[in-house]
Design a protein around this ligand. Structure first.
Ligand code: SF4
Length: 356
């Protein structure tokens, strides 16, 4: 087991002209104040010390990070709470399990420049930040060498040149880590540069921040989103209906008002959403928040996350049943990432019946 931590959370406050500025915004305080100690997590969620040795061991492999706004949605005293299970480190994370590796998607083979992953046609993924507001135990990038991809300002210019030189690109995807950990000054500059590349049509962000700290969706963020000519898609990452509280719904509403299309991808996780009731409630709740279910991923076999695995047969059966109880537009596609494939690979169902 390789021990690593994501980059320390710090909002990157490099402005367009290279000057530092550090506006003290409330989401930033929430970000830096996220709970980062396994003992403090157990005490906050009302679990006793029997959990501590395992939590410490898991924390050594991938550190705990849970912001207060997410913590407040966890039911106290319930070790099986579906939100807690996503963030609680366990001793089993340190066990070696055959087939579970540190780079399950082999992303290291698709990095033409620091901070850039180009493996799909017409779109590139830019690592805008190596930090996250929350550390999800099943994260397929929990071992990703973000330190090797922490692009300097000069490297960002190289990355942008790469995008300018490839006229086949129509979509830039900001990912991470979580791109919204970056400051609005930096994001505004970056999106402005992307805006000036004529063949780009779309800007996509993959983020969990509006879910785990809804206050991240503030006026400054809405300003650069509203200003770009690019079509805007935000792919959120929500695995359980309980993650969507009224604050999340308000944040989504603000994003929609500046023309953002909201999609969701989730991961099928043992003990979190591996039953029909949870999956159906998730799709229904997403739609209440104005978010369309997009993908339901099977787990990427990342070292430390084997306890979340749901076998393909079971995943297919769940998806088949889900198809029978949801309208088609609320049915996420059941997919997996296969290293080297040009697109997500559908996990085939045993039988097909069409949702109306
Ligand atoms: S927010 Fe996303 S990138 Fe960050 S730890 Fe969670 S799953 Fe991984």
């Amino acid at each position: 087991m390789i021990t690593r931590t994501m980059q320390p959370v710090q909002t990157i406050s490099l402005s367009a002209d290279g000057n530092d500025s550090a506006p003290d915004q409330s989401w930033q305080s929430q970000l830096s104040g996220a709970l980062r100690d396994p003992g403090a997590l157990l005490s906050a969620v009302g679990l006793d010390e029997r959990w501590l040795p395992g939590a410490r061991a898991g924390h050594q492999a991938f550190e705990v990070r849970v912001p207060q706004a997410y913590l407040s949605r966890i039911k106290k005293g319930d070790p099986n709470d579906p939100l807690l299970r996503q963030v609680l480190p366990l001793g089993s994370e340190t066990q070696t399990v055959a087939g579970y590796v540190t780079d399950p998607l082999e992303e290291a083979d698709h990095t033409p420049a620091a901070g850039l992953i180009h493996k799909y046609a017409a779109r590139v993924l830019m690592i805008a930040s190596g930090a996250c507001a929350i550390n999800c135990r099943y994260c397929f990038r929990r071992h990703f060498p973000y330190e090797d991809h922490a692009a300097s300002r000069a490297q960002w210019h190289k990355t942008l040149d790469y995008l300018r030189d490839d006229a086949s690109l129509i979509e830039a995807i900001l990912s991470g880590g979580d791109p919204l950990v970056s400051s609005d000054a930096r994001l505004s500059w970056l999106v402005g540069e992307l805006d000036g590349i004529p063949h780009l049509k779309r800007l996509r962000l993959h983020t969990r921040l509006p879910v785990v700290i809804p206050d991240r969706v503030d006026d400054a963020m809405l300003e650069w989103l509203a200003a770009t000519r690019l079509q805007k898609v935000i792919v959120l990452h929500i695995n359980h209906a309980n993650e969507i509280d009224d604050n999340v719904i308000r944040a989504c509403d603000r994003l929609k008002r500046v023309g953002v299309t909201l999609l969701n991808q989730s991961v099928l996780l043992r003990g979190v959403n591996d039953n029909i009731e949870a999956l159906r409630a998730l799709s229904e709740r997403l739609f209440e928040a104005g978010i369309l279910p997009y993908y339901l991923h099977v787990l990427d076999p990342v070292a430390g996350a084997a306890h979340f695995d749901v076998p393909d047969d079971e995943a297919q059966r769940l998806h088949d049943t889900l198809r029978d109880c949801l309208p088609g537009f609320l049915l996420p596609r059941l997919v997996r990432e296969v290293p080297g494939e040009k697109a997500k690979t559908p996990v085939q169902a045993h039988h097909t019946s069409s949702a109306p």
